[in-house]
Design a protein around this ligand. Structure first.
Ligand SMILES: NC(=O)c1ccc[n+]([C@@H]2O[C@H](COP(=O)([O-])OP(=O)(O)OC[C@H]3O[C@@H](n4cnc5c(N)ncnc54)[C@H](OP(=O)(O)O)[C@@H]3O)[C@@H](O)[C@H]2O)c1
Length: 253
């Protein structure tokens, strides 16, 4: 396969940074456009972009409509003519409280960043995806976004935002089927990153047995991303609108 152009949100750390790292080093020269909320939070990413000139970093806050409006101008400045694969990765996981104790603002913030942001960004990159034949839109979701029970802890605002994300991927896959888009939500596994460590930290006190169990199952970003890339590479039209995990196993919505 020859090199492809990727647009990946949230490339400064965690799974996003690992996606940028592995894809930029691939044998077939890819072009990676990735985003960060601020250069101060992205020193490691800028270091990588100095070494691998096929990485382009743009500013983007996916929870801010004004920032999303700047995408086109920033892509045009780089000279981007088309994008093969959009990977919506940026998200927050900031609450483990039960519904009764979660403020409305917390729900709204998760919804703005984790649900609305990925699709408002998609609206901006759509025309660049149309310019290529690959047309893959990958939404990094979570098993917390399945409505079947999955874990004995509260994922309240985060889980709700990922359920809504999954729902919208089904809609989008139908909307764009006639244009041969492949739209897929992917659960990356339980991955050891800053946000997952912070998210599960309170469980050490409230549910120590489960905390140790979940800690033991965490995989590295390297392992998750290696599988995510190979799974994405294998996607065909028939996979659009299906919920997959990083290894390519089908998950229930
Ligand atoms: N880690 C896991 O076990 C796990 C499990 C299931 C699903 N996921 C999903 O995997 C994806 C990546 O998670 P991760 O564990 O790698 O998290 P992470 O290390 O916290 O990275 C999240 C990324 O999203 C960015 N981000 C957050 N809010 C943003 C905003 N408003 N605008 C733009 N960028 C923003 C962060 O940038 P800043 O540095 O500026 O905050 C960072 O680059 C997420 O969609 C997450 O829900 C992760």
């Amino acid at each position: 396969m020859s090199g492809q152009t990727y647009f990946i949100t949230g490339g400064n750390k965690g799974i996003g940074f690992e996606l940028v790292t592995q894809l930029s080093k691939a044998k077939d020269k890819n072009v990676i456009i990735t985003t960060t909320r601020s250069p101060e939070r992205a020193k490691k990413l800028y270091e990588l972009a100095k070494k691998f000139t096929n990485i382009h970093v743009i500013d983007l806050d996916v929870g801010d409509a004004k920032s999303i409006d700047t995408i086109e101008a920033q892509l045009d400045k780089i000279g981007v003519k088309g994008i093969d694969i959009y990977i919506s990765n940026a998200a927050i996981f900031q609450s483990l409280d039960p519904i009764l104790k979660t403020d409305g603002e917390v729900f709204l913030k998760h919804y703005a960043v984790n649900t609305l942001g990925p699709f408002l960004v998609f609206q901006k990159v759509y025309k660049y995806l149309l310019a290529k034949d690959t047309r893959k839109a990958i939404f990094i979701s979570s098993i917390a976004g399945t409505i079947s029970p999955f874990a004995p802890f509260h994922t309240t605002a985060y889980g709700q935002s990922k359920v809504a994300l999954n729902y919208s991927t089904i809609q989008l896959s139908r909307e764009l089927a006639s244009e041969n888009f492949i739209v897929v939500p992917i659960h990356p596994g339980a991955v050891s990153t800053e946000s997952s460590q912070e998210a599960i930290a309170p469980l050490a006190e409230s549910n120590p047995v489960f905390f140790e169990a979940i800690k033991a199952t965490l995989i590295t970003p390297e392992e998750s991303v290696k599988s995510i890339i190979s799974t994405i590479n294998g996607f065909e039209a028939k996979d659009s609108g299906i919920f997959y995990d990083y290894k390519g196993e089908v998950l229930p919505f």
